[in-house]
Design a protein around this ligand. Structure first.
Ligand code: ADP
Ligand code: MG
Length: 227
């Protein structure tokens, strides 16, 4: 089991009272699963992703990753946990405009101490952008930029890949292309993934669908055998 969460809470103290962004979440995910996390705005999706990646610390409850307690309230330990284990794809592609596509990927490898230009080129081939490797982000389309961001998120071989509304800026056709590439990459690299969305049409890419509302998991359903 890669993720083992029990009775997780994330409460915010606000002038208007306590907001229970996560209110007793239990969640077990096996290696290689591809989870789509669905829920209305304000239901706690981003909060859960941020707790999964140790960007945020839960108020209460347990979170074990590969059997080990995930650090909380210690920003240095949380940062190294993320650096070692987590890949992230954002809604906005966040590519560095002054670097070529290939350089954007190699930079991330360098930051995590795993520089490997050969693998960087293989990843660009995987997302269908090998020919474009020496171009700049401004010279390719939005869908292509998101594919670069995917290659970049895989560059350090993360155990867990997270995406928050990662197709939120793409049209339907481009979204499906991007999702198909992601699925292929996760399968090929045996990467566990959790993708947050409010787009029901993405469920076909999942091996498990989890629905969250008011900080609680309201359904949790395996749809395909992963791997
Ligand atoms: P989602 O991603 O599903 O839209 P969030 O996880 O961002 O939802 O937020 C869940 C709840 O927690 C919402 O009610 C939101 O207003 C509240 N919340 C999130 N961040 C904070 C914060 N920093 N301070 C107070 N309340 C917050
Ligand atoms: Mg959100």
């Amino acid at each position: 089991m890669i993720i083992d969460i029990s009775s997780l809470e994330r409460h915010y103290e606000t002038p208007a009272g306590v907001v229970k962004a996560l209110d007793g979440v239990n969640l077990q995910i096996e290696q290689g699963e591809r989870v789509i996390l669905l829920g209305p705005s304000g239901s706690g999706k981003t909060t859960l992703l941020n707790c999964l990646s140790a960007l945020d610390s839960p108020t209460k409850g347990n979170y074990r990753f590969k059997g080990k307690q995930v650090p909380r309230s210690d920003s240095e330990k949380m940062t190294s946990f993320r650096r070692e284990n987590i890949g992230y794809v954002f809604q906005f592609f966040n590519l560095l405009q002054d670097l070529t596509i290939l350089e954007n990927i190699v930079l991330i490898q360098e930051l995590s101490g795993k520089k490997d230009p050969q693998r960087a080129q293989e990843l660009l081939a995987l997302v269908g952008l090998y020919e474009e490797r020496n171009r700049f982000p401004g010279e390719i389309s939005g869908g292509q930029q998101q594919r670069v961001a995917i290659a970049r998120s895989l560059a350090k071989r993360p155990a867990l890949l997270l995406g928050d509304e990662l197709t939120g800026n793409l049209d339907t056709l481009t979204s499906s292309k991007v999702m198909e590439i992601l699925v292929q990459a996760c399968d090929q690299e045996n990467i566990t993934a959790v993708f947050v969305t409010h787009d029901e049409s993405l469920v076909k890419y999942a091996t498990r669908i989890i629905r969250i509302d008011s900080g609680k998991i309201i359904s949790n359903e395996i749809v395909k055998t992963s791997g």
